[in-house]
Write a protein that binds this ligand. Sequence first.
Ligand SMILES: [Zn+2]
Length: 307
Amino acid sequence: MTMEMPGPHLRYSFCYVIVGSDDSLHVIDPGWGTKENALRLESFLPEIGSDLSQIQSIVVTHLHPDHSGQVEQLRDATGASLMVGADEFTASVAAAAGRDKRWDLGSWGIPAAQLRELSQLEGAKPPLAPTPDVLLADGEELAIPGRHIRAMHTGGHTTGHLCFHDPEASLVFTGDHVLPRIHPGLGLGGKSQENPMAAYLKGLRRTAELDGCEAAPGHEYRFRGLAKRSESMAAHHLRRTKEVADALATNGESTVWEVASRLTWTAGWENLAGFYIASALLQTEMHMDFVRSGAAEAFLGGDSTTG
Ligand SMILES: [Zn+2]
């Protein structure tokens, strides 16, 4: 089902309803929390001979509002149990409590005027995520009678993002990890132990191995060719890593601000402000950390210098 999203970037997300062998219903990513979306789901179910009372479980690929916003409302209406990735929930609790210290603005070489502006953004904390009934670990099976769908940890976009693999149906629910045309931002779900680039590339290797499966993503459209798409998504993000590695190699020790100002930005570096500067700096810092840790070398090949 398509679920409407507010905002100018994406118009809808996908919600998937899976029917168990006992006619119970199981929802993956119920979508943005609006009355309209709740009504969409409610009025769709009779089309497959069901109703809301048959929903027994709700699971999310990750805790972003376009996927999980409707969770609390749907759980209240149905009494279904909510399953969330264990790492995803831990990271979201830390972020909501303000313990997400990825923004270390003081050490990023930011000029005073911009630092004042960005420090205001830094205080914003995401809302507390709904408390799950079940925490899912990598490899765990969803509680859907007659189906064997396993959670696959695929971090990067968020810390604990999960894909769901149904080998018997040759299907992978890819959330925002692999999308057919657009690229997800990385590191958008709280601080993680692992660099989001490293985590994302690892996850792409996992989805590339499921090439025989159809991909059912969180946006856009269903598609085949998971290996090719996973590889091209890795290459897309690695082009940025290469640019950062080159900037560090050419200029030596540099601050996040200095490196970011030397990269190419679609809108032009001097035109970025507010949230867009913050986002540019976070992405730059992520790639710098990926390069400096030495983890990037294995992915970039022999021609890179770690600076
Ligand atoms: Zn999304």
